[in-house]
Design a protein around this ligand. Structure first.
Ligand SMILES: NC(=O)C1=CN([C@@H]2O[C@H](COP(=O)(O)OP(=O)(O)OC[C@H]3O[C@@H](n4cnc5c(N)ncnc54)[C@H](O)[C@@H]3O)[C@@H](O)[C@H]2O)C=CC1
Ligand SMILES: NCC(=O)COP(=O)(O)O
Length: 328
């Protein structure tokens, strides 16, 4: 079984990254297949249209295996159009269906533009929430960003900062922490995961002088996780939680909002960061960056994060298969 790579926004850097990934992986045996419009890649590399995922492995060394989708018109790199939304969404839907049926080992997504899809009536903030709906586990989805030097999980994701503050409560923090704990054990092979929980306010509230969320919400959530046998510590002052000195002390940082988690990760490891969705019955990874419309089609896009996402998808798939074998 191979991972299915989605098309992403055709006007973004997804097509050129797909071409670059195939060129780099064609001889290594780290095969994948792509679900998209063949015209986006066929001028650059050989393409083989496949009817089912099982045909992809034999083809990969000589051509990019493509499950074809048709776009309703020509694409101009860097110029997104909402008329492409149906095909972008269909690619994600097809990849997910193949992963759910066991025909694909994982879903690896090329970047989409949230505003372009929203303008076309798409009802989800991003892949993370859409995939949970497709997998019939709405609300179970957890976003993790993983890189060689850091793993972070935001408790609140694609919402404005004020709304994120309103969403923070003990049960949500515990739910995300427990999902993270299980994923670190099963998917990342860490027998006794150490989870560092970030505070929300400056100095983690400094005893209530700079905010009360640590005392009222975060510390009780940590206590509940500890009672469940989870090695959660904190709340730690967020400004020093990601330093070189602090990071070796934990396996993942549980953060209170999107940018608290993603800023340190992208600052440290933008090129090698991978977005992983936890809480799904399938493996899903993605590069950590977006559509990069400003450089699309210019040959400047770095493929490292997509390669990391494809590799991590393979590793997570093996880990899950191993866990399934062991536990029956
Ligand atoms: N997984 C996904 O589908 C994601 C989608 N997005 C979407 O992408 C769109 C653009 O978001 P931005 O905040 O501008 O983030 P972005 O990651 O697309 O771009 C930020 C900066 O990084 C550069 N960059 C990004 N990827 C690069 C690569 N592989 N090689 C070289 N340079 C690269 C861009 O040129 C830009 O200067 C938004 O609509 C956002 O919603 C953002 C993050 C993830
Ligand atoms: N900032 C991360 C991001 O936007 C990725 O979202 P998703 O499309 O993977 O849900």
């Amino acid at each position: 079984m191979l991972p299915a790579l989605t098309m992403g926004d055709p006007a973004g850097i997804g097509p050129e990254l797909t071409i670059a990934a195939w060129r780099m992986l064609r001889e290594s045996g780290e095969a994948f297949f792509w679900i998209g419009d063949p015209s986006l890649v066929a001028d650059e590399i050989p393409v083989r249209i496949i009817g089912n995922a099982g045909e992809a492995a034999a083809v990969f060394e000589n051509a990019l295996p493509v499950m074809p989708l048709s776009l309703p018109g020509p694409v101009r790199a860097g110029h997104p159009e909402s008329r492409f939304a149906d095909a972008i969404i269909a690619s994600i839907g097809k990849a997910t269906a193949l992963a759910l049926s066991g025909e694909a080992s994982a879903v690896v997504t090329n970047p989409i533009s949230k505003i372009v899809l929203r303008e076309a009536g798409f009802g989800f903030p991003g892949h993370t929430e859409f995939l949970a709906a497709l997998c019939d586990v709405p609300g179970e989805e957890i976003m993790m960003l993983a890189s060689p030097r850091l793993r972070v999980v935001p408790v609140t994701v694609h919402v404005g900062l004020r709304a994120a503050m309103d969403m923070l409560n003990v049960s949500r923090i515990v739910h995300v922490g427990a999902t993270l704990h299980r994923a670190l054990q099963r998917d990342f092979g860490i027998a006794a995961p150490r989870i560092a929980v970030a505070g929300l306010n400056p100095h983690a509230g400094e005893g209530g002088v700079m905010g009360s969320e640590e005392q009222e919400t975060i510390a009780p959530a940590i206590a509940r996780m500890r009672a469940m046998g989870i090695d959660a510590t904190g709340p730690w002052p967020p400004d020093t939680l990601f330093t070189d000195l602090a990071r070796p002390g934990y396996d993942a940082a549980l953060c209170m909002y999107h940018d608290q988690a993603l800023i340190p990760l992208k600052t440290l490891d933008m090129a090698t960061g991978v977005n992983v969705t936890l809480g799904l019955p399938i493996v899903r990874t993605s590069p950590d960056h977006g559509t990069a419309f400003g450089i699309a089609g210019k040959g400047e896009a770095d493929v490292t994060s997509l390669l990391s996402a494809l590799r991590l998808a393979g590793e997570l798939g093996h880990a899950r298969a191993h866990a399934k074998e062991k536990n029956g």
